[in-house]
Design a protein around this ligand. Structure first.
Ligand SMILES: [Zn+2]
Length: 91
């Protein structure tokens, strides 16, 4: 089971992992945002460079945030995200 840190009585935040999860083990990790099974992992520098699992939906939202940060504008941003969703091989 994933080790967690209790932030409040309702929300538990996974601690993350120093090394990347394997393709098989990532599915057993709860999404760091919503708790669903993870599909991808993100390496977050501000959290000691640890790896955190994210589910399909949160991965797309995370990518959208990054594209906005990188100043991709519409309709380019939507086209990129649509292509990303279609190219993902969801189990
Ligand atoms: Zn999620």
């Amino acid at each position: 089971m994933e080790r967690t840190v209790t932030v409040s009585k309702k929300k538990k935040i996974p601690r993350g992992k120093t090394f990347p999860y394997s393709q098989d083990s990532i599915r057993r990790v709860p999404c760091s945002r919503c708790g669903k099974p993870s599909f991808r992992q993100w390496n977050i520098c501000s959290l000691d460079g640890k790896f955190f699992g994210v589910c399909k939906g949160c991965d797309v939202l995370f990518n959208e945030v990054v594209l906005k940060f990188m100043r991709f504008t519409e309709p380019q941003r939507s086209k990129i995200l649509e292509a990303y969703r279609e190219n993902q091989k969801y189990p």
